[in-house]
Design a protein around this ligand. Structure first.
Ligand SMILES: [Fe+2]
Length: 272
């Protein structure tokens, strides 16, 4: 295997977030995974990429407990646990009580996650800011974890932000981070956020503000963004809906990002 990042496109219409990363020294990492409907494809891509009927995932990182990120993992833990082995599961989610209080409509996801926890409790690792995890050649630095003081956009703002360093490149994963947490991240790190690649917050719209991307100043952007969202089009044409993707695309061009990998074009592959 090589140092490679695969960004998977959704099997269905909605946005989702799913990455497989392989390292030249043979490690396999998954980030998020998408909806329940994306689980079968994720398993099939893992078999293809590893060449193994029962692939081993050394590290599975979760950004936050929204269904478009964690459901595929839960589907696999619940119904396909014989199809894959997992070394460690990294996450930092607020409590069920926090979800119920500040975003009750999303509480079912984190409740299901914790209900399934006994199936992977010996592999669970609750991450903290400042942690560093080495998965073969890939180094993961945890830059940000949920601040319960944020009650606006509560679950997106609870995203864990981490930076992967692999093959001399730094890839920043913002999850679905929102404005408030983005500003806290910026105040903590400033220009130290500089990275080569950036996973665009919240599928490229209504995520962090422009000044956060200015500090990151990526040469390339990873957009887990289907075509309707990329074009801000829910059926009435280009840039006719409420999403801010087209604005954010403009920011990134002005900031100087040269490469854009977008799941609207199908699964994306980036070698380091
Ligand atoms: Fe999302």
């Amino acid at each position: 295997m090589k140092n490679t990042l695969y960004m998977l496109a959704s099997e269905e219409f909605p946005q989702m977030n799913s990455f497989i990363i392989t390292t030249a020294d043979g490690k396999v990492i998954v980030i998020d995974g998408g909806w329940r409907a994306d689980a079968a494809k994720l398993l099939s891509r893992l078999r293809e990429i590893t060449g193994k009927e029962i692939p081993h995932v050394d590290a599975w990182f979760h950004s936050h407990a929204h269904a478009d990120h964690t459901e595929a993992f839960m589907e696999i833990m619940e119904n396909h646990s014989e199809s894959v082995t997992v070394g460690a599961v990294y996450f930092h989610f607020p409590s069920v009580q926090y979800f119920e209080k500040y975003e009750a409509g999303s509480a079912y996801t984190v409740r299901e996650f914790y209900e399934l926890l006994p199936r992977f409790a010996d592999k669970a690792c609750i991450v903290s800011e400042g942690d560093r995890y080495e998965v073969g050649e890939a180094v993961f630095d945890i830059l940000y974890t949920a601040d319960p003081a944020f009650r606006m956009n509560a679950v997106n703002n609870s995203s864990t932000v981490f930076r992967m360093t692999l093959g001399g490149k730094r890839v920043l994963f913002l999850g679905d981070l929102g404005i408030e947490a983005g500003q806290k991240l910026l105040s903590q790190y400033g220009d130290a956020l500089k990275s080569d690649w950036c996973q665009m917050a919240h599928h490229g719209q209504s995520g962090v503000e422009r000044d956060v991307y200015e500090a990151i100043a990526p040469e390339g952007c990873l957009w887990s963004t289907p075509k309707w969202l990329w074009d801000n089009d829910a059926g009435k044409g280009f840039n006719t809906h409420i999403w801010q993707t087209v604005t954010v695309r403009g920011w990134m061009d002005e900031i100087g990002a040269k490469r854009h990998l977008v799941t609207k074009d199908g699964d994306q592959v980036l070698e380091f």
